[in-house]
Design a protein around this ligand. Structure first.
Ligand SMILES: Cc1cc2nc3c(=O)[nH]c(=O)nc-3n(C[C@H](O)[C@H](O)[C@H](O)COP(=O)(O)O)c2cc1C
Length: 387
């Protein structure tokens, strides 16, 4: 048996292959399709409801248009109120495996809470989906924040710092299970212990399936800088985004690593900026689900006290875009916003909509050609067509 060994940051190689890491410009991910009301907390009759056929159809549509990734949420309950947003969702490992079998080019992610899944089970599930997808699975790894849902797993008591410590050990074990040929390693961490660690088959991707981590806190960014191939930043404008991109890249450089930096963003597109603003106002203010918005703020901010004006600002961001970067306007405006994000150093965007059934086809028809015309991205679909 080999002994447990301390993690060495430089031993965690950066993922460099696959469509997510090409030099074709801004990458696009369809995000949260597996969860009701993923992109906006609203009682609008048009809000996102899920069914399997729709999920398959829309992921295939994204794939055909050249999107690089489909990324699910891992969610176990919702924000209650009138419409219980996020309350109904497909489980992300099984979702990813089925979609892997039904697509051929797009990267399919699963999203996993470390606290709710054994890394031994996760390593084999992902290696299995790697085989099903022929090397297209990625992992969005989540430390968890939603006490009421973690309580169902009896693991809600760890504080923020402890959840990240736990997650790092979870990732150390996962990476060893994926990479070590030794059939028997022991791991003894503060939180996790594995005796005789063993997992076959190994994933086919080199050095391993890409790891995404979407934390925003300083502690979360520490984990992302050490382990992730794709990290996220959040800011209100391109200048703020550029600053955070620089900071997280510097953090990763401290671990002798490089990473891709993405933002999550929500699209509200109409013929004109004015119509997009009206649409946004209709679903986030006129058709508001105020109790669910209040719960979302209370439960995501851990009950933090904040001045009323800050609360109102946040409530409006949660209702409108679930606090993602707002891409609101005509196709030209949204194209410009995405171009600005790309110029700020952003490598990819994980996109949500209030209504994916209308929003995704419209984005593909009207915004994508602008991104390609302006050289913000070249799609994989385009590349294949030319070859
Ligand atoms: C793109 C993206 C995807 C996320 N996916 C999930 C998810 O599926 N489930 C979840 O519980 N949290 C998810 N989160 C939340 C983060 O992983 C993280 O828990 C949150 O930002 C709070 O952590 P922090 O306090 O370290 O910033 C996501 C965040 C972003 C931006």
């Amino acid at each position: 048996m080999t002994q447990s060994r301390p993690p060495t940051e430089s031993a965690i190689p950066r993922h460099t292959s696959g469509p997510l890491f090409t030099d074709t410009g801004l990458k696009l991910g369809v995000f949260g399709l597996n969860v009701t009301s993923a992109g906006a907390v609203t009682a609008s009759p048009d809000r996102h409801e899920i069914n399997w056929d729709q999920n398959v159809r829309l992921v295939r549509l994204a794939e055909d248009a050249g999107f690089e990734a489909a990324i699910p949420f891992s969610r176990w309950r919702g924000f209650e109120g009138q419409t219980n947003p996020w309350g109904t969702s497909f489980e992300p490992y099984t979702w990813a495996s089925a979609l892997a079998a039904l697509t051929s080019r797009i990267s399919i992610f699963t999203t996993s809470h470390c606290l709710t899944v054994s890394p031994v089970f996760a390593a084999k599930q992902i290696a299995t989906i790697d085989a099903v997808s022929r090397g297209r699975i990625g992992l969005n790894v989540v430390a968890g924040w939603f006490a009421k849902e973690l309580r169902m797993f009896n693991v809600e008591t760890l504080d923020h710092e402890a959840r990240y410590g736990y997650s790092e050990e979870w990732l150390d074990i996962l990476l060893r299970l994926w990479s070590e040929d030794s059939d028997d390693f022991d791991y003894r961490g503060h939180w996790l212990t594995v005796e005789g660690g063993y997992s076959h088959p190994k994933p086919s991707q080199t050095p391993h399936p890409p790891l995404m981590n979407a934390a925003f806190s300083a502690r979360g960014h520490q984990l992302a800088a050490r382990y992730a191939d794709i990290a996220f930043v959040s800011a209100l404008d391109p200048a703020g985004v550029a600053k955070k991109v620089r900071e997280i890249r510097e953090l990763a450089a401290g671990f002798e690593r490089e990473l891709s930096v993405w933002v999550s963003a929500s699209v509200v597109c109409a013929d004109t900026d004015r119509e997009a603003a009206q649409l946004l106002r209709q679903y986030s203010e006129v058709d508001a689900d105020e109790t669910a918005v209040r719960n979302a703020i209370e439960w995501t901010m851990g009950g933090a006290q904040m001045p009323p004006e800050q609360h109102a600002q946040l409530a409006s961001a949660v209702a409108a875009t679930m606090a993602g970067y707002p891409l609101v306007g005509s196709p030209e405006t949204i194209g410009r916003q995405l171009s600005d994000l790309s110029a700020a150093g952003i490598d990819g965007v994980a996109l949500t909509w209030m209504n994916y059934e209308n929003g995704l086809p419209r984005f593909i028809a009207d915004v994508l050609p602008i991104l390609e015309r302006e050289g913000v991205r070249r799609s994989i679909a385009g590349q294949l067509d030319q070859s």
